[in-house]
Design a protein around this ligand. Structure first.
Ligand code: BES
Ligand code: MN
Ligand code: ZN
Length: 534
């Protein structure tokens, strides 16, 4: 999928209205499809005016250029005032007589525009999704998205935000695992969508914002695609070694600095907790550090830590067999951190960001950790492992101690940590846990801006009671009540030296059932969070 902008000079402004090249200019562009938004008021000004009453608004204006095509669609009942309604007009002789070069016009109803900022982005997202769906799967290869027609009197920042979201959705829609990983399907090959090129039109007044939005949106899609690939790849291919190699590959393509530590180095660091999980597997653990140095030297970095369990059988506390294949997605935290650093590098983000990924397999074997074993974490705290299936926190706690050395501005860990989070929040929001109000607010806002949302869950002292152990400093499970909270509480014991937030993405990182596949979340959230950092 390719994204670009087409900027029309200020002289094309038809009226004093912000950011509006003339309809005539837009229709004169050679394109498979010109995409235009109209409001409920536009619809009423057109379809609602009967008899001698003059028709007004963008639809009326359009109808003149298109030789009555809009009226015709309206008579057939194809036009609607409803939000996210879709109507495709196809060129006929009257179009070319009026110097219209667009082969189609896709009209998208935006409905009533009297909305709050939050509502308007959600509304726009529905409209954009409906529009993108109409563009895909047929013979349309390219389209011009007339960005200002969706925003009316709003600002150029708003346009940029909407364009970024459109790109995010277009990338989502265009993703085909089998096209990106052709070796995985020998006979039933997937085919790429015909729709390949989305062009955003605007004028000089929003040229800068549009170009930036395209760069940022395009980079974000690349990061999401990488995160999805890593999540979807089977666990016999996407091993800790594979993740290490992938990240080293990124260092060759971008300015990312990468270090991949192996077993010996992990042992030397004293990561007894991490190693206790890796022990049961034949495949060696890896500890990945990625650096994006986009800010000033010495500027405190934002550190992202991702859970990288490439397959979670539960270990000796073996999981039931049903849908166990989905535990290949237990490295989606890692995938999102790797994807986000890749995005940051591609967009040359002007901030220092470090990504850290502890990665291993959680397998049962003669060498595997037993329930009851006590291990020593890198922090010095001992942990009684009461359930080997609560392994995510065991690999993350050592990574959280390791990152102290970076003197971070903030640390965010991302993990498919608990089934309990899926029960609490379903597949809508990721869980966010933190004592730092500023960090929670920033993550909540970044989530809303990218429609990759989070919901705060508690992290009070009272829950720590559940983690008491008679034999070690802490137990690795706190029982069934508030399972996501006690998991977060466990992690918090290793984060005292910096500002920290934890994202539980167990319900949002992938989809089950017929649409089974990685979502690429929370890459949009993390990228938006990084972009918003001062
Ligand atoms: N990776 C799982 C969490 C998970 C389960 C995510 C299902 C998505 C869907 C994690 O390692 C795990 O097994 N957690 C246990 C913790 C329990 C033993 C305290 C869980 O949630 O059951
Ligand atoms: Mn587990
Ligand atoms: Zn797990």
């Amino acid at each position: 999928m390719q994204f670009s902008t087409k900027i029309f000079p200020q002289a094309d402004l038809q009226s004093a209205k912000l950011l509006k090249p003339s309809l005539k200019t837009m229709l004169a562009q050679t394109t498979d499809c010109l995409v235009l938004g109209y409001s409920k008021a536009d619809f009423e000004g057109f379809a609602g005016s009967k008899g001698t009453k003059a028709k007004v608004g963008v639809l009326a204006e359009l109808d003149l250029f298109l030789g009555g095509s809009v009226s015709h669609a309206n008579v057939l009942g194809d036009l609607d005032s409803k939000q996210a309604s879709v109507c495709i007009l196809r060129a006929d002789k009257s179009w070319s007589a009026n110097a219209v070069k667009a082969k189609r016009v896709l009209l998208l109803g935006m409905g009533d525009l009297r909305l709050t900022a939050d509502q308007s982005l959600t509304a726009y997202s529905k409209v954009a999704r409906a529009g993108l769906k109409a563009l895909s799967g047929g013979s349309i290869e390219n389209a011009i998205w007339f960005a200002p027609s969706f925003t009316l009197s709003k600002t150029s920042e708003k346009i940029a935000q909407e364009v970024r979201l459109t790109i995010q959705y277009a990338g989502d829609q265009a993703y085909r695992f089998g096209v990106r990983q052709p070796a995985m399907k020998f006979k039933a090959k997937d085919k790429a969508d015909t729709f390949k090129h989305l062009i955003f039109a605007g004028n000089n007044a929003c040229a800068k914002e549009l170009k930036l939005a395209i760069e940022q949106g395009g980079a974000m899609v690349e990061g999401m695609n990488l995160a999805k690939d890593l999540g979807n790849l089977p666990p016999n291919i996407c091993t800790p070694t594979y993740l290490g190699k992938t990240v080293q590959g990124l260092a060759k393509k971008t300015a990312l600095k990468v270090e991949v530590l192996g077993l010996k180095q992990i042992e030397a660091l004293g990561m007894g907790s991490f190693l206790s999980v890796a022990k049961g597997s034949e495949t060696p653990p890896q500890f990945i550090v990625m650096r994006h140095q986009g800010g000033k030297t010495g500027e405190a970095p934002i550190v992202l830590v991702g859970k990288g369990i490439t397959f979670d059988t539960g270990g000796i506390s073996l999981k039931p067999g049903e849908a166990m294949d989905e535990m290949k997605y237990d490295m989606c935290g890692a995938a999102s951190v790797i994807g986000t650093l890749y995005s940051a590098a591609l967009m040359k983000l002007k901030k220092n960001v470090i990504g850290v990924v502890p990665t291993c397999e959680n397998m049962p074997s003669g060498r595997a950790t037993r329930p009851g074993d006590i291990v020593k974490s890198m922090s010095g705290q001992t942990i009684e492992i009461l359930n080997t299936d609560a392994e995510g926190r065991l690999i993350l706690c050592d990574a959280l101690t390791y990152v102290e050395r970076f003197k971070p501005k903030a640390v965010i860990d991302v993990a498919t940590l608990t089934g309990a989070c899926v029960i609490a929040l379903g597949h809508v929001h990721s869980g966010v846990f933190s004592d730092d109000e500023v960090l929670v607010d920033a993550l909540t806002k970044a989530g809303k801006d990218s429609l990759d949302t989070v919901w705060r869950l508690p992290l009070d002292a009272a829950y720590h009671e559940q983690l008491k152990s008679n034999f070690a400093d802490v137990a690795n499970i706190g029982g069934r009540p508030a399972g996501s909270v006690t998991a977060a509480c466990f992690l918090s014991r290793f984060t005292e030296k910096y500002k920290w937030a934890h994202l539980d993405i167990a319900g949002t990182a992938w989809k089950s059932g017929a649409a089974k596949g990685s979502t690429g979340r929370p890459v949009p959230l993390l990228v938006n969070f990084l972009l918003a950092q001062k």
